[in-house]
Design a protein around this ligand. Sequence first.
Ligand code: DC
Length: 224
Amino acid sequence: MKKIIVAIDGPSGSGKSTVAKLLAKKLGYTYIDTGAMYRAIALQAKRENININSGAALSNLCDRVQIGFVPDNDGLRTILNGVDVSEEIRTPDMSMAASDISSKKEVRQSLLSLQRRMGETGGVVLEGRDVGTVIFPNAEAKFFLDASLEERGKRRYKELAAKGLDVTLEQTIEDVKKRDINDSSRDIAPLKMAADSILIDSTNVGIKEVVEKMIRVVNEKVDR
Ligand code: DC
């Protein structure tokens, strides 16, 4: 059967990861979390105390880091230079640091070629901000997942609180808002909906329903 590229973009907390993981599992496709790659770079930059305003330092960093994924029951583990950093990259600090570093052209160029290599054979579900606009503008199925700011903030807060992190709902909503502005106002590959993307507002829609809708679209594309 034909194996296509599925692109899922959208702002933080819109449910992309949950939906992309489930969709990939149901289709028997590989799940690729492009945001985790920005998070991994941001983590290494922090560890090495790199000045993210220095293009040369960022290029050098990108040339040295190895980022990979290993599938597990829960979706994916993110491996940075051979070490599992899946938990470490999910703190509020790292979310903001990833958003900041993702505006830098050296980082975007380096990750773009890696993301394209990972997805080019098809049979993949990629989630991020620029999958349908920049990474794979010819992806056969493109979705833009959204939800209200309050709902996205609540989801993020629940996730962080469940991990035992010391966060408040108000601060989490503020962080999500700040990241929305950061990610959609940068010069290179900003968060925006591709013209041929299907918009799904998940504010009042359950995960199961969203995934079912996506599967119907994917099946149509595969049958064509
Ligand atoms: O999806 P996420 O929250 O894990 O992504 C973290 C940050 O990485 C996000 O705030 C912006 C950046 N990002 C990006 O610029 N392009 C992508 N395709 C994915 C993420």
